[in-house]
Design a protein around this ligand. Structure first.
Ligand code: 0RA
Length: 650
């Protein structure tokens, strides 16, 4: 190749690279899911995943993550360091290739067994494309190498900036504020993911330091996650707010049919089933073949044990799969070389070959445990029998709900003020705290597309109640009938059937005070445990009524927080000297008249709705069990701390 040809080739390659990164900037959501809070945090996961891969390859055991003062992120690992030598095909440093070529990840190194790579597996070059600045520093071969980029473009060739006896990779990036709706990182969100990664990849130490948050000694807030027990400790962590039924966690780690499988399970005295399933460190909350394998292994093994033990002999009722999972907490983690993700949120594993290995692993570990622990085995079987009896009672109650549903139209709850529009995509329903606010909302709404269902103060805490109690509850029956949903689909008898769902915006409207937050949480708990599909489809929203009205003369404005209130007071005062500005604090929805409620909270033109999403399924489970516990202060603190992070739908 002549020099000229080489040059042409080089620039052609470069153009391709820039086109690739340009595509990421044009359609960021296609690469990282969205440009909201989720996408912003996804950037961190993408970078950390590369370090996790290095750890899984056996060369790294420490990953440090920093949230810097300016909301940039630094990730440092002690791996081999990304190679910096010339990449023969791309004719530039391997480091530059990894940082600027889409999907280049670890591909230049065929021996790297790459199973991780994040939900979208897009690689660190996407993070680079979406950052105003990224600095990559590599320590290897006794030297320190560095390259900097601006929206993905290198500012200079890889430089040697010093010497070091250490090895590792350090990446600092500043997310581009012109791409993302938000640029402020949520510490708790990152901490939850780092904790989860530490459980899923035992032996690695992952620290998270928040440099925005200094204590009185000027020291940044920091936590470190490390698990020697892996999923065994993960199950204990998930159940730490629940009462144990057996004191052990049953655990398996190994490879079956070439697929690495790690499983843990235990039982608590609650009535909820909590199985967290992972593929390549990704929470597959829609389940899939590995979850089917888990269920099959569990059901077959327990059924056989229970039958052989003779404990079922006097039972007249049939035991089914669900009964074995009441009070069960389990974590399943598999590594799959070419995962097929399906489902609404691409979090359902489709690979058929994964079912048998997981089922085998569960059968092996569980039958061994049951044989060796007869008294614990007895406790589990007794619980299963109780669950079966309760299920029969629950089914009767559920059938009542379903029967009422068949009459939909004439059978709608009496308290529901329905809308006239029939197309669910256009329709909204407000669940309103209390009859009085419900009345105001009925007057204030646009009856064409907005329906109102007033709810009696505190609805049932479903976290603590047995299933049949839940389906006997009048308010909850009303929720089902008003929404038009049923239980059971063609391929899953427990799944929510959304075919007849009557509204695509389901809006929880509570007072802006602690009681309101409590009620909001009770309703969300119900949705999370019994109608999770509605959250996954993005149908659930929270209304945000204002906290203040600031008035002067015939001018009036609303404020949603104290800063806004103070700014409005200043504005309305203007140059004027007199404090004739009137501030009204709204304690409840009922203090607004119908017109005010419409204007501030219900009018799609001017309201703010917060959409409810699931960031981290394992953490969600844990948080709901914490929120519904008996301790009020942590709940209040949690809600107040996190409310502002909810996604805004303008
Ligand atoms: C492929 C080969 C080698 C290192 C890595 C990938 C690597 C990538 C990342 C990304 C973040 N941290 C990382 N650490 C290592 C090295 C191959 C060798 O040295 O022989």
């Amino acid at each position: 190749m002549s020099e000229a040809e080489k040059r042409d080739n080089y620039s052609a390659d470069n153009i391709q690279v820039l086109e690739g990164l340009e595509a990421v900037r044009k359609r960021p959501a296609m690469y990282i899911g969205d440009v909201g809070l989720k996408g912003l945090h996804h950037l961190v996961y993408e970078v950390v995943d590369n370090s996790i891969d290095e750890a899984l390859a056996g060369y790294c055991n420490k990953i440090d993550v920093y949230i810097n003062e300016n909301n940039s992120i630094t990730v440092i690992d002690n791996g081999r360091g990304i190679p910096t030598a010339m990449h023969t095909k791309e004719k530039k440093s391997a480091l530059e290739v990894v940082m600027t070529v889409l999907h280049a990840g670890g591909k230049f190194d065929k021996d790297t067994y790459k199973v991780s790579g994040g939900l979208h597996g897009v690689g660190v070059s996407c993070v680079n494309a979406l950052s105003t600045q990224l600095i990559a520093t590599v320590r290897r071969e006794g030297k320190i190498f560095r390259q900097e980029y601006n929206i993905g473009k290198p500012l200079y060739d890889v430089q040697i900036i010093g010497e070091s006896t250490e090895t590792g990779t350090e990446v600092t990036f500043q997310p581009d504020a012109s791409i993302f709706d938000y640029t402020e990182y949520n510490y708790d969100t990152l901490a939850a993911r780092m904790r989860e990664l530490a459980f899923l990849n035992k032996g690695i130490t992952i620290s998270l330091t928040d440099k925005r948050n200094l204590d009185e000694n000027g020291k940044a807030f920091s936590v470190s996650f490390h698990s020697e027990g892996g999923l065994k400790e993960f199950a204990q962590y998930l159940d730490r707010n629940r009462e144990a039924l057996i004191n052990d966690v049953i655990y398996f780690e190994g490879e079956r049919e070439g697929i690495p499988v790690e499983v843990s399970l235990t039982y608590n005295t609650s009535y909820t089933e909590n199985i967290q399933a992972y593929v390549n460190n990704i929470n597959t909350h829609e389940g899939g073949t590995h979850l089917s394998g888990f269920r099959r292994g569990l059901t077959n093994t327990l059924k056989k044990y229970a039958t052989d033990s003779g404990m079922l002999a006097k039972e007249k009722i049939e035991i089914d799969g669900d009964d074995f999972r009441e009070g069960l907490t389990a974590v399943v983690s598999v590594k799959v070389a070419e995962p097929q993700f399906e489902g609404q949120t691409k979090t359902k594993l489709g690979n058929r070959e994964v079912t048998a290995p997981v089922s085998q692993a569960v059968s092996e570990m569980l039958s061994a445990y049951l044989e060796e622990h007869p008294s614990e085995a007895r406790l589990i079987v007794e619980k299963v029998i109780l669950a079966a009896r309760a299920r029969h009672a629950a089914r009767k109650a559920r059938e009542m709900v379903q029967r009422k549903n068949v009459l939909a139209g004439s059978g709608l709850p009496g308290k529901l003020a329905d809308c006239s529009e029939k197309d669910p995509a256009m329709c909204e329903i407000y669940f309103v705290e209390g009859d009085s606010a419900g009345g105001t909302a009925k007057q204030g709404r646009d009856r064409h597309f907005q329906a109102i269902l007033p709810l009696r103060g505190k609805i049932l805490n479903v976290e603590k109640a047995m299933q049949y109690k839940i389906f006997e509850n009048e308010e909850i029956k009303n929720l089902y009938t008003a929404l038009g949903v049923r239980i059971g689909t063609e391929d899953d008898s427990k799944a929510l059937n959304l075919e007849k769902l009557r509204y695509h915006k389901i809006i929880i409207m509570c007072d802006a005070d602690v009681d309101g937050s409590h009620i909001e949480t009770l309703i969300l708990t119900f949705f999370f445990r019994y109608m999770k599909e509605l959250i996954e489809h993005g149908y659930i929203y929270i209304a945000t009524p204002p906290l203040y009205q600031v008035k002067k003369g015939n001018k009036s404005e609303y404020a949603w927080n104290d800063d806004m209130r103070d700014r409005l007071i200043m504005e309305l005062k203007g140059g004027g000297s007199e404090s004739s500005v009137n501030v009204q604090r709204y304690k409840g929805l009922g203090e607004m008249n119908a017109e005010q409620l419409w204007e501030t909270t219900m009018n799609p033109e001017s309201r703010t709705l917060r959409q409810v999403t699931i960031e981290n399924a394992a953490e969600c489970d844990q948080i709901f069990s914490m929120l519904m516990g008996d301790d009020v202060p942590p709940r209040r603190e949690f809600i107040e701390r996190n409310a502002k992070y909810a996604k805004i739908d303008a």
